[in-house]
Design a protein around this ligand. Structure first.
Ligand SMILES: Nc1nc2c(ncn2[C@@H]2O[C@H](COP(=O)(O)OP(=O)(O)OP(=O)(O)O)[C@@H](O)[C@H]2O)c(=O)[nH]1
Ligand SMILES: [Mg+2]
Ligand SMILES: [Zn+2]
Length: 298
C-alpha cells in the first residue's frame, strides 16, 4: 500500500509490515482513472531490483484498481484531485473555533464522502476553547437527521481521544478538513512519536497556513492506518451532477418518496416533502441551503 508520494518515488508498506521506497518502472498499464496515477492508499505490486553498487531497491510494477477513492475538485485548476484511495472511513474535521467553522464547507466534505460511497464521521476538534460546547450541540442537532456520528475531541485537553483511537483502530481512515483545524495535532496527540509538523494560525485572519503539504498514510501503534491530509481553504465537489446531489443528503433521500412530483428538485416545487420538512424545522436550513447551492453548481 502506498503511504507517501513525492520526489519521483513512493513509500510502500509491504504486506509483511516493512516500509520501502519504490520507483515507477517502465510503462504502467492502468485503467482510466481520475487524478494522479498513484496516490496514497493505492495498492501496488512491487518487485526488488538492483539499484546500482550492489544496492537493492524496489520498483512498482503494477497498480491495482481502486476499490474506493476520495476525490475533490482542485481549487485552481478545477481538475479532480484524489485525496486518498481505498479508505474505509472519512473523518470530516472541523474546529469549534479558530478557524471559524463554515458549515457549507463541512457539507461539501460530507457530500464528497457520500458521492464516493463512504459514510462520513464528523470530528469536532478544539473543544477545549470557550464556546465549544454550544457549537458541538449545534453540530449534533444539525446532523442528527442525516444520521452522522459526531465525535467531540481536543488534541489539547485529550477529550475524546480514546473514542477517536477506537474509531481509527481498524482498516484505513482519512482525516480531511480545512487548514488549521488540528488534523496533524490530533494524530500527534494519539501517537506523540509521530512528530508531525503542526502550525500556528495566521494572526490576522485566524486561518491555517497549510502546514501539512503532502498526504501521508500513517500506521498508528494502537492499530489502524490513517491518512493525514493537507488542509484546504475551500473545498469543491467533483463528479456529482445536479441530479446526483440529492443522493448525497441522507435526510433528502429519506423523504423524496413523499414528494408530489417524480423528479422533484426539492427547491420550489409544490407538495415537496423535503421543503415541508425544512419548514417544520426537521431538516436544518443550513443543510437545505447547501443542497440547493450544490445542485445549482456553486
Ligand atoms: N486550543 C487548541 N488548539 C489546537 C487543537 N488542535 C490543534 N490546535 C492548534 O491549531 C493549530 C493548527 O494545528 P495543525 O495540527 O497544524 O492543523 P492541521 O489541520 O493539520 O492544518 P494543515 O496541516 O494546514 O491542514 C496549531 O497551532 C495547533 O496547536 C486543540 O484541540 N485545541
Ligand atoms: Mg496538518
Ligand atoms: Zn421534493
Amino acid at each position: 500500500m502506498v503511504t507517501a508520494t513525492g520526489g519521483g518515488g513512493y513509500s510502500v508498506l509491504l504486506d509483511e509490515g516493512e516500509e520501502v521506497q519504490a520507483v515507477l518502472r517502465g510503462r504502467l498499464k492502468l485503467e482510466a482513472r481520475v487524478g494522479d496515477r498513484v496516490v496514497i492508499g493505492d495498492r501496488v505490486l512491487v518487485v526488488p531490483v538492483e539499484a546500482g553498487a550492489g544496492e537493492k531497491g524496489w520498483a512498482v510494477e503494477r497498480v491495482e484498481p481502486r476499490a474506493s477513492q476520495i476525490v475533490r475538485r482542485g481549487p485552481t485548476d478545477r481538475r479532480p484531485k484524489v485525496i486518498a484511495a481505498n479508505v474505509d472511513r472519512m473523518l470530516a474535521v472541523v474546529a469549534a473555533r479558530d478557524p471559524e467553522p463554515r458549515l457549507e464547507q463541512l457539507d461539501r466534505l460530507l457530500v464528497i464522502a457520500e458521492a464516493n460511497g463512504i459514510r462520513p464521521v464528523i470530528l469536532v476538534n478544539k473543544t477545549d476553547l470557550p464556546g465549544a460546547d454550544a457549537f458541538v450541540d449545534r453540530i449534533r442537532k444539525t446532523y442528527r437527521e442525516a444520521g452522522y456520528r459526531v465525535v467531540a475531541v481536543s488534541a489539547e485537553s485529550g477529550r475524546g481521544l480514546e473514542e477517536l483511537r477506537g474509531l481509527l483502530g481498524t482498516g484505513t481512515s482519512a482525516l480531511v478538513g480545512a487548514s488549521g483545524v488540528g488534523k496533524s495535532s490530533l494524530l500527534n496527540a494519539l501517537a506523540p512519536e509521530l512528530e508531525l509538523r503542526t502550525g500556528e494560525l495566521s494572526r490576522k485572519v485566524r486561518r491555517g497556513r497549510h502546514t501539512t503539504v503532502r498526504a501521508r498514510l500513517i500506521r498508528l501503534p494502537s492499530g489502524g492506518l490513517v491518512a493525514d491530509t493537507p488542509g484546504f481553504g475551500d473545498v469543491g465537489v467533483w463528479g456529482v451532477s445536479a441530479d446526483e446531489v440529492e443522493g448525497c443528503f441522507p435526510e433528502v433521500v429519506q423523504r423524496r418518496e413523499g414528494c408530489r412530483f417524480r423528479g422533484c428538485a426539492h427547491v420550489t416545487e409544490p407538495g415537496c416533502a423535503v421543503l415541508a420538512a425544512v419548514e417544520a424545522g426537521e431538516v436544518p436550513e443550513s443543510r437545505w441551503g447547501s443542497y440547493v447551492a450544490l445542485r445549482e453548481g456553486v
